[in-house]
Write a protein that binds this ligand. Structure first.
Ligand code: COA
Ligand code: AMP
Length: 636
């Protein structure tokens, strides 16, 4: 008999260690853990400290051994190139073993870092799993980041080797990766020993003799090679994934092996309600945490078939592409960001393209990565006629903090809320002084320590930063940096970030990082970047710059140069296209820029003149500049 959410949450609360030991029993161990949790290790304790395992074994070998070898592990569907390929568990294992052999010949072993800078191709997943097989730590960098961002990650991780592709493909343009990679290596003080390049037929690149190696040639040379799985401690890192922090220096979120597997495996049946053998699709990118957890690791750990989709929700070729993939590959559940649905709705407001496809096997849509607005959820419910489930989590946690667990029986939906905390998370709301607030009152959302398995134990090479950023402000709790409230039924509502992170098309970006790039322009004296509401992307960045007039260039020219600077330094994914020259920035008397008030004005929300403002007239000037650009504003 299956248990309900309430029973399962209570069973976790009553015996957290027993609960997670039970989940850990669902994966294979070389040495089974005897201790569930050791509070004295690391910043807040570690899960399964005496367990020895290997994540690649659990994703591939054990399924092949259990007779799942002929089942598709990956269906690669690339409407942007026209390519489609189905790769069985057996074939995937063979390619991963060959590539792991090639990596170890290049000196990659347990604990070494490997940067993977690749588009959505199966070879990227092979590279991730080959690292896991060797106990090496991968760090995947999203293709939409510029060379400088890539360099920061190579440098911080001290990558021994880089795996890349000759190009990525965006609608209407080919992005040559090699020049970006070469520039990043040039820029980084740390130099990797070698790079391995997967040559795509859409655009081949030149290889540097002695440093760059051809992926296909290595696979061929190592075909049939058996490369064993390296035993690792459950607490050893599986990967580092960099995410935006409050400065230009990204945070290297560390994920371990054992806790990660136990939590993700549990999530596949309890939250997503899929059975081994079914097809699961996360329409994201392997460069983001959703891609790590739900394109690669969770579906493979659970014996599902995962879809690797290289395309966009619209324009590749049309707004029916998601429905085509769902019907063609018999997808049981789809996970994506609300933005994708807003984009589809804009193109096909009635959702009429759904009718062209057989969606009978499709059971649920899951949304995360940004706030899911009720309007979008209700539209998706109408056109798809399946449950549409919002759930809230972060790169740091790696899996759901709060959601509506379909596998445990759906709870009533409250639009605007990602529902209730998952087992493992004791979510509370505190005021700025650290006191609990009453239900319905807005405050800082925190999670009582310890965090459950799967969540970050630390930041790469930055334990102090980890403590400072997440653990210090509210002792005994993990700070999510989201603000919100819990209602009288225990449902969470996520309202805003408490730091300078913005969410652009489900992509997490730091306005502080953008300000650092903008200030690099020689004519910019001062700047502020804020996130403003956007009907499709949720938020987009908008920059305000004060410039010196000494160089005799027009405002227009400087604005264009600043846009280019951010694109070159952070990458196109920043979607930084709106920048405005202003005479002055609004500040408090102590010199703090009033970003929150500027944002309210830009979003057309009610706002109050801050009592501490230095010169109230400046806010009117800001409102005028915004109105000139057609950005909706509201005066005091
Ligand atoms: N490599 C290189 N460039 C990339 C890239 C990649 N992997 N991904 C995006 N970019 C570029 C885009 O081409 C675009 O460039 P442009 O300014 O020249 O047009 C820019 O980065 C912004 O990209 P994006 O935010 O994706 O906007 P878009 O207008 O191209 O597409 C959506 C809008 C809604 C279709 C798209 O954001 C989407 O599919 N979102 C789904 C949500 C998602 O995957 N979220 C991830 C976390 S779950
Ligand atoms: P990322 O680390 O990129 O996954 O971004 C995490 C942040 O995205 C969270 O801290 C939230 O601010 C936001 N977020 C993610 N999912 C949701 C959701 N379902 N509702 C509201 N905000 C969300």
């Amino acid at each position: 008999m299956s248990s309900s959410y309430g029973e399962v949450y209570t069973s976790w609360r009553d015996n957290p260690e027993g609960f997670w030991m039970e989940q850990a029993a669902a994966i294979d161990w070389f040495t089974k853990p005897e201790t569930a949790f050791e509070p004295d290790l690391g910043a807040y304790g570690k899960w399964f400290p005496d367990g020895v395992t290997n994540t690649c074994h659990n994703c591939l070998d054990r399924h092949v051994a259990a007779g799942r070898g002929e089942q598709a592990a990956i269906i690669y569907d690339s409407p942007i190139t026209g390519a489609k390929r189905t790769i069985s568990y057996t074939a995937m294992l063979a390619e991963v073993e060959a590539f792991a052999g090639a990596l170890s010949d290049k000196g990659v072993g347990k604990g070494d870092r490997v940067v993977i800078y690749m588009p959505m191709v199966p070879e990227a997943v092979v590279a991730m799993l080959a690292c896991a097989r060797l106990g090496a730590i991968h760090s995947v960098v999203f293709g939409g980041f510029a060379a400088t961002e890539l360099a920061t990650r190579i440098e911080d991780s001290h990558a021994k080797l880089i795996v890349t592709a000759s190009c990525g493909i965006e609608p209407g343009r080919i992005i040559a990766y090699k020049p970006l990679l070469d520039a990043a290596i040039e820029h980084s003080h740390h130099k990797p020993e070698a790079t391995i390049v997967f040559q795509r037929q859409e655009h081949r690149c030149d290889l540097i003799e002695g440093r760059d190696f051809d992926y296909a040639a290595l696979i061929e040379a190592n075909a049939g090679r058996k490369t064993p799985c390296t035993p690792v401690l459950a607490t050893d890192p599986l990967y580092v994934l960099y995410t935006s922090g409050t400065t230009g220096q990204p945070k290297g979120v560390v994920r371990d092996n054992g806790g990660h597997m136990a939590a993700l495996h549990w999530s596949m049946h309890a939250i997503y309600d899929v059975k081994p053998g079914e097809v699961f699709w996360a329409a994201s990118d392997i460069g983001w945490v959703v891609g790590h957890s739900y394109i690669v690791y969770a579906p493979l750990l659970h014996g599902n078939t995962t879809i690797l989709f290289e395309g966009k929700p619209v324009g590749t070729p049309d707004a029916g592409t998601f429905w085509r993939v769902i019907s063609e590959h018999k997808v049981a559940a789809l996970f994506t960001a609300p933005t994708a649905f807003r984009a589809i709705r804009k193109e096909d407001p009635q959702g009429s393209l759904v009718k062209d496809y057989d969606m009978s096997g499709f059971r649920a849509l899951f949304l995360a990565g940004e706030r899911a607005d009720p309007d979008t959820i209700q539209w998706a419910e109408r056109i798809l006629d399946v449950p549409v489930i919002d759930h809230w989590w972060q790169t740091e946690t790696g899996w759901t903090i709060a959601g509506n667990p379909m596998g445990l029986g759906l709870l009533p939906v409250k639009y605007g809320s990602p529902a209730v905390p998952m087992p493992g998370y004791d979510v509370q709301v505190l005021d700025d002084a650290g006191h609990p607030v009453s239900s319905g009152t807005l405050g800082n959302i925190v999670v009582k320590l310890p965090l459950p398995p799967g969540c970050l134990p630390t930041l790469w090479n930055a334990e102090d930063r980890f403590r400072d950023a997440y653990l210090m402000e509210f002792p005994g709790y993990y700070k999510t940096a989201d603000a919100g409230f819990i209602d009288e039924d225990g449902y969470l509502f996520i309202m805003a970030r408490t730091d300078d992170i913005i969410n652009v098309a489900g992509h997490r970006l730091s306005t502080g990082g953008m300000e650092e790039a903008v200030s690099g322009h020689p004519d910019v004296v001062e700047c502020a970047v804020i996130g403003i509401a956007d009907a499709m992307k949720g938020q987009i960045p908008a920059g305000f710059i004060v410039i010196n007039n000494g160089h005799g260039r027009s405002d227009d020219d400087v604005e264009k140069e600043v846009v280019k600077l951010v694109r070159d330094q952070i990458g196109p994914v920043a979607a930084f296209k709106t920048v405005m020259v202003v005479k002055r920035l609004p500040k408090t008397r102590s010199g703090k820029i009033l970003r929150a008030t500027m944002q309210k004005i830009a979003d057309g929300q009610d706002w109050k003149m801050p009592a501490t403002i230095d010169d109230p007239g400046i806010l009117d000037e800001i409102a005028e500049v915004l109105a000139e650009r057609g950005i909706k504003t509201k005066s005091d």
